[in-house]
Ligand binder design. Structure first.
Ligand code: ATP
Length: 600
């Protein structure tokens, strides 16, 4: 879709404001044109010159003859009043028109921002894996900002086109011959601007690419700031980003040098057109110049007043071309086709009675060839715990991601009480699930609000109760403002174990029917690990739980343990059964046991 179509598509949602902007633009231009048309005859009249309106537009002649009744100087004074009134009306309409076009462009930008936000919340997980966050921030911030400017420019162009159109009508009514010539000359000027417009588009593309690269680089540097500092890579990062800043500055300069050429060139070209018309007028109206001077002067004045609009229009074309790449980026971003969206399902999820069945599951990540899961058959009865173990890359997290439908299996099904997961309305299904992962996310907000995120209506008592059960209460009340303490970006003020206990408290507060746990007690010290482990035990008690276990010691009590190897379930059983079996689980267990013995 071309950028213009994107703007048009959004503009059509606001027909009233578009209509108002057009009407106001038209009226303003009319008042402007009429006042301009009256100036020369009135000034000549006030100076005592004879005003000959032969060949003048009928409307001008009519106005003059209707005022002629008052006769002499008072005729011109009342006409002066008329001019002032037209100028006043022109300025009032132009004020209202500025407000209305401002409102129109602001609402279009808000519409685009809201659409972008809706898309970000609707689109699937996979989109975020493939898209860099820096790129998204650039699109939502800088590129939508540029699109806002493009919209304002487009709305201004609309007003300019209307004004030029009205002026042209006036010019035609004075002399169609001269107007044909001036239109051809002005069109030639505009055409010669196409060279600059093309260049502006190319520079705009460079600017857009560079601002994306810059945002990505800065965001990556910030996300990896610990690594940057730990490896002393500050100067490397500085130089990398400095280069991007310098490139951008150069492209910005070239862009400015290009667009700054347009106004002076247009002014010169416009002046040449006026002179050409003057000379041609002399040739055309040879012999009648005396009697036509008032009309010719009026023509030239109207033309002169119109020229700045033509110049501004050419300028706006170049700015718009410069911004068009940003509009295209926003357009691509807003387009839903080609982006991953889950089928939403239609049956509200109300709870399970029997359990969850994974049936002949296979999975390949979108855009990849390698099968990550293959022929997975598992049965998780309600109220029990199923632990997934296996070497790194075996497919444990992928399998767990299929349950809340972050992805759908490429083959096979997941059933809850014999109903396919895809049949359930996705929001209600996800609301029945609680996910506690290694990568605990906390908002830069108070402890209380972080806990209540999963359940907005939770009372203080419920929050405290959940914190206590998650072994988090003790450390929370020791924080400077207790539950009201702000915990910094992503909870930087807290230790890993504390963050995890907050995540567990949050899940407890939500009281989900199904729990998905990605255990990460390995990163914690023994005391923290014990606190987190007992919080996890509390959370998963009598709950249908799917747990990804990295440390086998933590899942010995699980009702079932499934061992995954290269995407297949190779063993299922209890800890004792699997040890007895002497297979992969027994090997992994022996390996971890000897590692732990060595570290002790
Ligand atoms: P770990 O214990 O190290 O977390 P895991 O058993 O949970 O490993 P998964 O994270 O499920 O393993 O990964 C299984 C395979 O899928 C790996 O080979 C991994 O490279 C691949 N994989 C994971 N995420 C993606 C993705 N978004 N796109 C493509 N391949 C992926």
């Amino acid at each position: 879709m071309s950028p213009n179509r994107l703007l048009l598509q959004f503009a059509l949602r606001r027909p009233l404001w578009i209509g108002l902007t057009i009407v106001l633009g038209f009226s303003g231009a009319l008042f402007n044109g009429v006042s301009t048309m009256l100036i020369i005859p009135v000034v000549l009249g006030l100076l005592g010159e004879e005003v000959n309106l032969k060949g003048a537009p009928p409307i001008l002649q009519k106005v003059f003859s209707s005022m002629a009744a008052s006769g002499g100087e008072s005729q011109f004074l009342s006409m002066l009043g008329l001019i002032l009134l037209a100028i006043l009306l022109k300025n009032v309409t132009s004020y209202v028109s500025t407000l209305s076009s401002g409102h129109l462009s602001r609402s279009l930008v808000s519409d685009i921002r809201k659409e972008g936000l809706r898309l970000l919340l609707d689109v699937d997980f996979d989109f975020y894996i493939k898209t860099k966050v820096g790129d998204l921030i650039n699109r939502l911030g800088g590129e939508i900002g540029s699109t806002a400017t493009a919209i304002r420019t487009a709305v201004q162009m609309l007003s300019m086109v209307i004004t030029i159109f009205v002026f042209l009508i006036i010019l035609v009514s004075i002399s169609w011959q001269l107007t044909v010539i001036s239109t051809v000359l002005l069109a030639a000027v505009s055409l010669s601007n196409s060279f600059f417009v093309k260049r502006a588009k190319r520079f705009g593309q460079q600017l857009s690419d560079q601002s994306r690269d810059y945002s990505i680089a800065v965001l990556e540097m910030l996300s990896g700031i610990r690594l940057v500092k730990a490896t002393g890579s500050e100067s490397y990062e500085y130089q990398k980003i400095e280069r991007l800043i310098d490139y951008r500055e150069k492209a910005d300069f070239s862009s400015q040098a290009n667009s700054a050429l347009i106004p002076p060139l247009n002014e010169m070209a416009g002046l040449t057109v006026v002179i050409a018309i003057l000379l041609l007028g002399r040739i055309f109206f040879r012999g009648e110049l005396e009697s036509l001077s008032a009309v010719l002067l009026t023509y030239l004045l109207v033309l002169f007043r119109m020229l700045p609009f033509v110049g501004q229009l050419n300028n706006a074309r170049s700015s718009f071309a410069n911004l068009a790449p940003s509009v295209s980026v926003v357009n691509d971003f807003l387009r839903r086709e080609g982006k991953p969206f889950m089928s939403k399902g239609y049956i509200p999820y109300t709870g399970m009675t029997a359990g969850i069945r994974f049936e002949q599951l296979a999975f390949t990540y979108p855009g990849h060839d390698r099968q990550v899961l293959n022929q997975v058959d598992l049965w998780l009865p309600k109220g029990t715990t199923l632990a997934l173990v296996g070497s790194s890359g075996a497919g444990k997290s992928t399998l767990a991601d299929l349950l809340p439908r972050f992805y759908d299996p490429t083959a096979g099904r997941i059933l809850i009480d014999d109903r396919d997961l895809k049949d359930f309305e996705i929001r209600s299904l996800r609301q029945a699930m609680g996910i506690v992962s290694q990568d605990t996310f906390l908002f830069n907000d108070s402890v209380r609000n972080n806990l209540a995120y999963a359940r907005k209506d939770a009372t203080d008592e419920q929050i405290i109760e959940a914190a206590k059960r998650a072994n988090a209460y003790e450390f929370i009340i020791k924080l400077p403002q207790g539950f009201d303490t702000l915990i910094g970006d992503r909870g930087v003020m807290l230790s890993g174990g504390q963050r995890q206990r907050l995540a567990i408290a949050r899940a407890l507060l939500r009281d989900p029917e199904i729990l998905i746990l990605d255990e990460a007690t390995s990163a914690l010290d023994t005391v923290s690990e014990r606190l987190v482990q007992s919080a996890i035990d509390e959370l998963s008690r009598d709950r249908t739980t799917l747990v990804i276990a990295h440390r086998l010691s933590t899942v010995q009590k699980a009702d079932q343990i499934a061992v995954l190897d290269k995407g297949r379930v190779v063993e299922v059983g209890t800890h004792a059964e699997l040890l007895k079996q002497g297979g992969l689980y027994a090997q992994l267990h022996a390996m971890q046991f000897s590692e732990e013995a060595q570290t002790v």
